[in-house]
Unconditional design. Sequence first.
Length: 200
Amino acid sequence: MSSLPIDRERFSFDYIETLCDVLHDLPTKDIDGVLRLLERAFVERRQVFIAGNGGSAATASHMANDLAKGVAEVGGRGFRAIALSDNVPLITAIANDKSYEEIFADQLSMLGQAGDVLIVISGSGNSTNIVRAVEVAQHIQITTIALLGMGGGQVAKMADISVIVPSDDYGPIEDIHMVLDHLFTAYLCHWLATGCRDAG
């Protein structure tokens, strides 16, 4: 049985159009709240932890790089940013000795202090290890920022501030989480370049 040919150009156009629509509907008030928290974290030299699974782990690593190195290019120093998904030996040790659900929470318990910031990235907002990380952050009094999709899931009800991508499709959600990383970095570089209070 022969299949109908795919209109590749149309498929590409539709995907891009979907992204544009979702970007247009992003909650900019919540993004403003995240930027304010990151400004304060920079001035106070707080540790920033970032966590995600799968594609979101890659975004977490990219964001840690951008907040540390990218911001330093303009600010003279960057954020003290760590992606909790990057230390593979530690993750596998925690998963083996305790459970996969504790891979981020356990690291946060060891490294986090009151006043630090945790950024969690999750398409569904329901990953158990992300929920556990936010629970530990609440206990330690770490401020939590969540980048989510699919209505936000459990984490949206727990985080101090959430940016929920208005989509139920992992592709656009993860695409836009990466856009948010670059938006945050571009804003912080602009903020520093225009002379923020107590920067440096």
